[in-house]
Design a binder for this molecule. Structure first.
Ligand SMILES: CC(C)(COP(=O)(O)OP(=O)(O)OC[C@H]1O[C@@H](n2cnc3c(N)ncnc32)[C@H](O)[C@@H]1OP(=O)(O)O)[C@@H](O)C(=O)NCCC(=O)NCCS
Length: 138
């Protein structure tokens, strides 16, 4: 698609919440999101003109583990190749920063209907199940 701009490490908490709300309910708080943006290894955002249309981020330890989080393309921009572009940018970050000559574990968690999207990009599902807890901080 023409007219797209890719930005690196500029994704703001406000933009993150805006995109989140375009696809999911229950966006996180601004305070939590600001901290998350600050502590993310690498953030990618895609703009169409002035409008943010896609985001993705990589968290991890730069050595053994890289974890892909929050891959979102605004609904009216889906199936145009933007998701693939986001993942490719994240993988480029791994290639440029990972320890040379080693194998690096790149992980993510996907809902079942998004698994084919990731499989097309080289990821494969295994038998591991995601365990989670929403832990309330008083
Ligand atoms: C998942 C998501 C990021 C995909 O982004 P996208 O921009 O629509 O994906 P692309 O257009 O780059 O698709 C790349 C390829 O995957 C395919 N694809 C995309 N979504 C797919 C799906 N749900 N099922 C099967 N194939 C899919 C495309 O057809 C394309 O195939 P091709 O290369 O053979 O043409 C987007 O649907 C989204 O933001 N969904 C809501 C948020 C979400 O669920 N994020 C993922 C969290 S696990």
């Amino acid at each position: 698609m023409d007219g797209l701009t890719v930005k690196y490490n500029q994704l703001t908490a406000e933009e993150f919440i805006l995109l989140w709300e375009s696809v999911w309910d229950g966006a996180p708080s601004l305070e939590q999101t600001k901290l998350a943006m600050k502590n993310t290894l690498f953030r990618v955002s895609v703009f169409h003109g002035d409008k943010i249309v896609g985001m993705a981020r990589m968290i991890g330890d730069m050595g053994l583990n890289y974890y892909i989080k929050d891959v979102v393309v605004r609904p009216e921009y889906q199936r145009m190749g933007i998701g693939k572009m986001l993942i490719n940018e994240l993988m480029k970050f791994v290639a440029e920063n990972g320890v040379k000559g080693t194998d690096i574990f790149v992980e993510l968690c996907a809902v079942p209907d998004k698994i084919p999207f990731y499989e097309k990009l080289g990821f494969s599902a295994n038998e591991a199940q995601r365990l989670k807890m929403m832990y309330h901080i008083d």
